[in-house]
Unconditional design. Structure first.
Length: 211
């Protein structure tokens, strides 16, 4: 029986490589596929938020390190934090935050409604926050609680460093917006044709990069 949450925590049962691949698939892997197939664009670093394009792979690495430290079962001291009702509550909180952020970004003019309903944006707000949130926090918490020698301490420092870089990248992104998500037309299953109106912070930022 799995020591993690059912289904969502399944990759954690199969070691660090499976954990890394699963977390990387949630973001940026699947968003890159959605962008290519539905939004008809290839994601490029200079047009994407730093925390997403570079930071999320670091979170996947932190998750893999956590599983490498803890093994397939978290230490008893943190079992209640990574399985049972607590992580479900935390995931629900992340999902609610995603919905709140969705609305706040529209209100602040960061995105237009057409951008807010782009496939990559829907995936980010409804899947990345709760699922990647668990796939990262659960193994990292378990790894930090696992007693290890010098090598384990170095691994813990590396995992914490990955998370801190992601945090700093988010702070950077607040001051340096990128496109993030193109205006999308679901009736035609393709992005809105260019030129795009410069009616959001991210569209204006993308115009400056493209120009």
């Amino acid at each position: 029986m799995s020591a993690w949450l059912p289904y969502i925590g399944a990759p954690l049962d199969h070691g660090p490589y499976a954990t890394f691949l699963a977390a990387f698939a949630i973001s940026p892997g699947i968003p890159a596929v959605l962008a290519l197939v539905l939004e008809r664009r290839v994601m490029r670093g200079r047009r994407e938020f730093v925390a997403f394009f570079y930071g999320d792979p670091l979170l996947a690495l932190a998750a893999a390190i956590g599983v490498a430290l803890s093994g397939s079962s978290p230490p008893p001291s943190v079992t209640g934090l990574v399985t049972g009702p607590v992580p479900w509550v935390v995931m629900s909180g992340w999902l609610l935050f995603g919905f709140w952020q969705w609305k706040a970004e529209l209100r602040e003019g960061m995105y237009t409604p057409a951008q807010a309903w782009a496939p990559t944006k829907i995936w980010h707000q409804t899947v990345v926050y709760p699922v990647l949130g668990y796939l990262v926090t659960a193994p990292v918490v378990a790894g930090m609680a696992t007693p290890k020698g010098v090598g384990g301490t170095s691994a813990k420092v590396l995992a914490i460093g990955c998370v801190l870089i992601w945090v700093l990248a988010n702070i950077h992104d607040r001051r340096h917006p990128k496109l993030g998500h193109p205006p999308y037309d679901w009736r035609r299953l393709r992005p809105v044709s260019r030129p795009w109106s410069l009616s959001s912070t991210t569209l204006r930022a993308d115009h400056r990069v493209s120009g």
